[in-house]
Design a protein around this ligand. Structure first.
Ligand code: HEC
Length: 163
């Protein structure tokens, strides 16, 4: 029995070594989290349309195409600049606040500290680029940029009986 336990312990040890060896770079985890979190769809201009064709060095620089809704107009922040200009602690605070839609704030708040820190390190590794996104606008203000209208529209045909 003791031999079996020792073998099991060795196997476990090797397993954990293997997983830490597979991911030595904290920024690599950040890259992965950004990919599965869909962050590029909003924070990289044109990504929703062109996807992987946009080179990594041009990503996450924010967008001057706004999202217009009852909250006014929000613009996806330039994450490369926001991480460059903040300490890890400050950036975690910005990432966990409750800002404007359609940023998935609750997803950020559900993320572990380590995961959020890995995203910060990835952004720092990419380095600063681009210019700041336009400031958000309040409801009813004139909108000087292109923008998506993020408001439910009425149907354009009779209801189909899918359900
Ligand atoms: C559906 C669009 C959308 C998606 C997807 C999205 N964001 Fe955002 N994000 C925004 C918008 C819009 C803002 C600006 C909100 C505001 O003005 O309050 C923002 C703001 C932020 C901020 C605040 C930056 C600062 O300096 O204050 C952080 C951090 C952030 N996003 C990180 C992420 C990360 C990481 C992901 C992926 C897990 C992500 N976002 C996915 C739209 C999006």
């Amino acid at each position: 029995m003791p031999r079996l336990t020792a073998t099991a312990a060795l196997a476990l040890g090797l397993l954990s070594l293997a997983s830490s060896a597979a991911e030595p770079d904290p920024a690599a985890r950040g890259r992965y989290l950004v990919a599965i979190g869909g962050c590029n769809d909003c924070h990289t201009p044109g990504f929703a349309q062109q996807g992987e064709a946009i080179p990594e060095q041009d990503r996450l620089i924010g967008a001057a195409v706004g999202f217009s809704g009852p909250w006014g107009v929000s613009y996806p922040s330039n994450l490369r600049l926001s991480a460059h200009q903040a300490s890890e602690e400050e950036w975690l605070g910005k990432a966990r606040r409750n800002g404007l839609p359609p940023m998935p704030w609750t997803a950020m708040q559900a993320m572990s500290r380590d995961d959020l820190a890995a995203i910060y390190r990835y952004l720092r590794a990419l380095g600063p680029a681009g210019s700041p996104a336009p400031a958000a606008l309040g409801p009813g203000q004139p909108i000087p940029t292109p923008h998506f209208v993020f408001v439910p529209q009425p149907p354009t045909s009779a209801k189909t009986s899918l359900r």
